[in-house]
Design a protein around this ligand. Structure first.
Ligand SMILES: [Zn+2]
Length: 124
């Protein structure tokens, strides 16, 4: 049974709305509107978001050579955490399992965890 890509509810016998560009199904007009907006934003900004994360990871690797990985790692964890909280993007895997709406909420928790971890790693 298809699931709504936005709220992750199973689409029963009701009319399933098909998203453009083969984006999946939605259970109703509201979800379709939100999902369409999400997918449009995602298309525009997602590569910048991943470039930032890859850049952060590389900076962290490089910092090992200078023995400052604790500080750089902490700062980057805070940065990545903030980006994860502020950006509306949900990793594809989470999107499939939880749907966009719940995935966004989980991202906020993960981001907050990263920020806390980053701060603790520098303070210690
Ligand atoms: Zn829905």
């Amino acid at each position: 049974m298809p699931k709504c890509v936005y709220c992750n509810k199973e689409i029963g016998d009701g009319p399933a709305l098909h998203l453009d560009h083969d984006g999946g199904f939605c259970c109703g007009e509201d979800c379709k509107r939100e999902a369409t907006r999400y997918l449009a934003t995602e298309k525009k900004y997602k590569h910048w978001y991943f470039l930032l994360l890859i850049g952060a990871l590389m900076a962290w690797c490089v910092s090992f050579f200078f023995g400052i990985q604790q500080y750089v790692g902490g700062a980057l964890a805070v940065l990545c955490g903030l980006v994860t909280i502020l950006s509306p993007f949900v990793p594809q895997m989470m999107e499939d399992i939880l749907g966009i709406a719940r995935g966004q909420r989980v991202c906020i928790y993960v981001g907050a965890l990263l920020v806390v971890t980053g701060i603790l790693s520098v303070v210690k």
